[in-house]
Every structure is written in structure tokens, then in C-alpha cells.
Design a protein around this ligand. Structure first.
Ligand SMILES: *Cc1c(COP(=O)(O)O)cnc(C)c1O
Length: 435
């Protein structure tokens, strides 16, 4: 690192020893970063090709109001998504308010009373518990007479094929597969692994629908779940595919009938995809999607860097420093409450927005322990931007993700190391040796 950059780091609170430690870790990551860049290059071409083939024009960037009939920008964007995911159709809308909404929509529109939903990969993401009715909620699938069955992953994170075989029955209509570990320390599923699971299930019951919760996974690999047999891939636009620019939105890419069902549910029977004004967001949707492969690559580099830094410092990290990556989340198990808080304060202090704010643990509704969250984002709640969350309970793990640029992710991680150092985290003895 040149002396001017080092001086600027110092002005921004990163001491020479922390800087030097970061550089030493970084030196060994050249090959990993080269592979990430190659994936980004491939996905950049995939997105560009889809935009050109759909004949995206300047008119597509403008929006409609009112009913939104004949919104060429909206319809073309959906064709672009369908091309990228190699699906028959896609629904990409600002009226889909978040990832949970997109997932709930895909489930509620493709299941009918008497059907059963199966999760063969263990407990789904927290917010889906109320959608399914695992935790009681108004309007849950359970309330509409849709039952739920779950098969947990085996101890080592692999599929429990024996129990899955038994769980599929005459009522099973839809199988939900969460790609990302979310806020658990199980491994994230590779697209290849998801393909094996789908093949196994379709072999038992060919007409069962397979939906993949693709949140945090888009553009991390060259293929997506819909390339290996998924009937639907579902996600949020304020994560990877929005590229940090989409201010709202969700998507469902999949079989024509699945997408049609979702559209009829989102708007109204009979109206479906025909209505839904795009207002002024299409420019951001297109430009964000265009940037998404490189933004995702930057976030991935940040995750790999964090894994290597914290493993060096003696903590358990998931995935570990060398494991292959299938989402952008990095977990660090601190086994220490103060360390978790210091880490989150470090992330917050690196933010371009609200960088002066100090995060504190609080009793957030819906969680069974206090939670601390660090985020200073241009788009509120956007977790493709540099952010960290941690429930304040053993094993005191922090879930770190995002970074619109690799350079910003790097700075954020150095800030966390600095914060741990300055807070003299007890039990973190090895830190002083390494620094
Ligand atoms: C973020 C996420 C969701 C829910 O998305 P929201 O936009 O927060 O509602 C669902 N599943 C996974 C795996 C996620 O990461």
C-alpha cells in the first residue's frame, strides 16, 4: 500500500498495525479474488446479452402511472430476468415489497387448500415462519388449510434423503429450498447440490413444484437454481440483483404457470401481469441489474477477506477461509458479547450514511433475544450494502454481508478489527500477538 493511502486510512481511524495485518492477509487472496472476478466477468456478459436480446431501449427506462397498461419497460425487464434465469417468465415489480413478500407470494399463489408444503432443508428463514404458520399469524398458509412438513439437514449439513423420501406424500404440492444459510451456521447450498436435491424429489413425485429462496445467492455462481430444475427462483431487489440501486422490489423467475399464478395473486384474478405501474423506478432496476455481477463480486471479496482475517485472529468462521462460496454472508462466532458489539460498532463507523451513529442491542419484535444491527445504507435496510446483524445469544455469532464496492467492504472490516482492538476484548488474547 502506498504511503498516501496509508495516511488516509490513519486519518480515518485505522492504525498502522491493523493496516499491515490486513495487507498481509490480503496478499494470500490473489487467486481467490481472480476466480471471483472471472465469475463476475461471465455474469456481466450474461446480463448484457439478456438486455441486448430483449432490445432494452431508452423508452424502457421511463415509467408509467395509474394502471400501468402496456408498460414496455416493465414487460421488457421481466423478459430480461427470464433470460438471465433461463425461465419461461418472470415477475419483477416494485409492488413486491421485500424478499419475504416475494416468497409469500410465490407460496400462496401456487398452493391451494389441502396441499402440503415441504422444506427438506430444515427450518426456513425467520420471517417465513409466520407466512407458513409455524408461528401463528393472520393469513398464514396454515389458516388457509395448507399443511407444512419439514425434514432437517443431517449433522454434517447434508440432505436426509431417507426422511425426505418418507415425507413426500400424495398431498405434497410444493417444496421450498433455501439456498443461503440465512442467520444460521449451517452451510449454504451450492446450486449443484440444489440440483441433486431437486432431481431426487422429482424422481419420487415428478409434478411437485420446487421453489428456491435465492436471497443473497444471485450471481455468486455462474448458474442459478432455475438452471438445475427449480420451477421458481425467488428473491429481493434490495439484495444482490438490485445492485444497490433498486430502492424496493422483489422477483419471481420461473415456469409460465407459476409466474402467472403469482401475478394473479399480486394484482387480481383476471388482471395479472397486465397492471402495475412502474412509476419511476425502472432506470434503477435496469442499472442495478447491470451492476449486480460486479457489486456481488465486491461483497464476496469482502466476505472472503473477513473470513481470513477472523480465522487468523482465532475465531470460528462460517464458511471458513478456504471453503467455496454460494452466498455473500459471512458468519463469525465470537463466543463473546462485547466482541459482537465491538464488531457491529466497527461496521457502523465505516458507513457513508449514519456513520456517526452508535448501534446498541435492543429487543426487536419477533426475536427471542436482543439483536444488534449495523447499517448505514443509501437504501434503508438494504443488505447488499455493508451491514452486520447479530442476535445477542450464544454462540455470539455476527452475520456480516454486503459492500457496494470491495474497497468499502475492506475498510469496514479493518474498522471492525480496530474496534475489537480498541475495546480490548477480553479472551481475545491472540489479537494482541497478531497486531
Ligand atoms: C433476506 C432474506 C429473506 C427475506 O427477505 P426480506 O427482504 O428481509 O423480507 C428470506 N430468505 C433469505 C434467505 C434471506 O436472506
Amino acid at each position: 500500500m502506498d504511503t498516501e493511502t496509508k495516511r488516509l486510512y490513519k486519518e480515518m481511524g485505522i492504525s498502522d498495525d491493523v493496516c499491515a495485518f490486513g495487507e498481509a492477509v490480503l496478499e494470500r487472496l490473489a487467486e481467490r479474488f481472480r476466480q471471483i472476478d472471472e465469475t463476475a466477468e461471465y455474469n456481466q456478459l450474461k446480463v448484457l446479452k439478456a438486455m441486448q436480446e430483449a432490445k432494452v431501449s431508452e423508452a424502457c427506462l421511463l415509467g408509467t402511472t395509474g394502471y400501468g397498461y402496456g408498460d414496455i419497460g416493465r414487460d421488457t425487464l421481466e423478459a430480461v430476468y427470464a433470460n438471465i434465469f433461463h425461465t419461461e417468465d418472470a415477475l419483477v415489480r416494485p409492488q413486491i415489497t421485500c424478499g419475504t413478500h416475494a416468497l409469500a407470494l410465490a407460496l400462496m399463489s401456487n398452493l391451494r387448500p389441502g396441499d402440503e408444503l415441504l422444506s427438506p432443508v430444515g427450518k426456513p428463514y425467520d420471517t417465513l415462519e409466520e407466512v407458513i404458520g409455524i408461528r401463528e399469524s393472520k393469513g398464514s398458509l396454515k389458516e388457509y388449510g395448507i399443511s407444512y412438513r419439514q425434514v432437517d439437514l443431517l449433522e454434517d449439513g447434508s440432505f436426509d434423503y431417507e426422511k425426505i423420501q418418507k415425507a413426500v406424500n400424495e398431498k405434497t404440492k410444493l417444496v421450498t429450498i433455501q439456498r443461503s444459510k440465512g442467520y444460521q451456521t449451517r452451510p449454504t447450498l451450492s446450486v449443484e447440490k440444489i440440483g441433486e436435491l431437486i432431481a431426487f424429489i422429482k424422481n419420487i413425485k415428478p409434478d411437485v413444484l420446487c421453489m428456491v429462496d435465492n436471497c443473497y445467492g444471485e450471481f455468486v455462481e455462474r448458474i442459478e437454481p432455475t438452471d438445475v430444475g427449480a420451477d421458481m427462483a425467488v428473491g429481493s431487489l434490495i439484495k444482490n440483483p438490485g445492485g444497490g440501486l433498486a430502492p424496493i422490489g422483489g422477483y419471481i423467475a420461473g415456469k409460465k404457470e407459476c409466474v402467472e399464478n403469482a401475478a394473479y395473486r399480486l394484482t387480481s384474478p383476471g388482471l395479472g401481469k397486465e397492471v402495475g405501474a412502474s412509476l419511476g423506478v425502472l432506470g434503477a432496476f435496469y442499472q442495478g441489474l447491470f451492476l449486480a455481477p460486479t457489486v456481488t463480486a465486491g461483497a464476496l471479496k469482502g466476505a472472503v477477506f473477513a473470513a481470513n482475517i477472523y480465522e487468523q485472529l482465532g475465531y470460528r468462521v462460517v464458511p471458513d477461509s478456504t471453503q467455496s462460496r454460494h452466498d455473500i454472508i459471512q458468519a463469525v462466532e465470537f463466543q463473546n458479547k462485547e466482541a459482537v458489539i465491538a464488531f457491529c460498532k466497527g461496521i457502523q463507523s465505516a458507513a457513508p450514511v449514519d456513520g456517526f451513529v452508535v448501534p446498541e442491542p435492543w429487543a426487536m419484535p419477533g426475536y427471542d433475544s436482543e439483536v444488534i444491527m449495523a447499517a448505514g445504507a443509501f437504501v434503508s435496510g438494504s443488505s447488499i450494502e455493508l451491514s452486520a446483524d447479530a442476535p445477542i445469544k450464544p454462540p455470539y455469532a455476527v452475520y456480516f454481508q454486503g459492500g457496494l464496492t470491495w474497497q468499502h467492504a475492506k475498510f469496514g472490516i479493518l474498522k471492525t478489527v480496530q474496534s475489537l482492538k480498541e475495546n480490548k476484548i477480553p479472551g481475545c488474547c491472540i489479537l494482541s500477538d497478531k497486531l
